[in-house]
Design a protein around this ligand. Sequence first.
Ligand SMILES: [Zn+2]
Length: 440
Amino acid sequence: MRFEFTSSESQSVLRAVFEDGDSYEGSRQEGASQTITYSGEDITFDYPVRSIHPDLLGLLCLIVFYPFIGHRAVFPEPVSPRLEQAFQNRNFRQRIRFDNVDPDIEVYSGSRMALSFGGGIDSSAIRTMFPDAYVVHEAHIKEGRLVPSHAHRIVHDLGLARGRVVTSNQRYVSKPGGWHGWTCATAAALLMATDNDFGMILVGATLANTLLANGSIYWNRFRAREHHGFTGNFWQSAFNAVGIPMFSPVCGASEYSTMRLSLELVKAGNVVYCMERDGRPCFKCSKCFRRDMIRAVVDPDHRPNWKPYDRVGIHAFLSARPLYYGHIFSYARDRVEDLPSFIASRIKDVPAIKSDWPVRVHDRTFEFCDPGWSSAIRERVLEHLEPMEPDHVAELESWDQRGQAPRRAGPRTRLLNLKARAGARLRGRRRSGREQDAGH
Ligand SMILES: [Zn+2]
């Protein structure tokens, strides 16, 4: 695949020229590796780039087009061997040959922090702790129209000195739509980095994404560093390799912490966590449901209306095992008063959490951050969050939904459960931690 990049007065355009071996069909980098089809459209950003370091541009090409690249990549400008080396990590599914590499390219560096801001609870928590980080939000074009989001106003109101909305069609150029990988959320920040002296991209991924395999079982990311580079994730390590580290300051904390940190913004209506109703929360989906559960724990004044959730979709969601973000529901189950029985009866078998690790931060997760930034970021986070003590960490490490007693079920359900468990085991093995970072 050959890449072309142009920048005019009003926008920047990234084009992929397909060659033999490239494919318009690829697989999503997250979840069940769904097949996606690229429309062939150029990728546009309404940010006119003045300058961009060749490695950052190369990384941007790889982030956006990775699922469709065949054997080789030719970048708009030669990239450094550092980028090439990072993509030799065996966790990348394809072996891509880099055809224009220049060993003399100096390593990129920048001095400011940028926040890839999605507008939800997690990135809002980071905004609270790091008001000095430049806020970058990507607004999405889908089939020629701007996808509404409450986040646009939030970022516009900051003014260009503190934040910027960058509109792009990146998220919906493939079908089914949606970012094909969690790193796609950083594209606009990468694009702006050189012009704006960004040296660190902050993202909002929590404990569920780094150490808990979406709440199903503890996943030892510390050990995974042997195969992923020291960040514990091969994509994240590629950012480090080219001098623009990316890190989530809340990767050692659960959504209870991010909710508490963003509570004032939530109350002021400045947090978006579901956009199902014209860019606003629907108060019906599983995401809205989880947020209501979390807020019921951390905000004594919050009395959720559970009634809209008493529906088939939520019942099925609560009955599935492993329960998605099960640690969140377990902690809430034993702390929220008067949970209606349609909820409580469906999650009573999920393991209990005795200590308060879900409201603290795992101190060692700052080891996943670039050494040049980790102590400053750690210090800032610990001004806001209590670190876990050894007994908290021990209980976190014991989190495992697999040991649950089978639910009372008929023979057919039992068979389905068995199949689901076998499938989960296989998927877990295949993934070997590859897709732990589901992003925000
Ligand atoms: Zn919703």
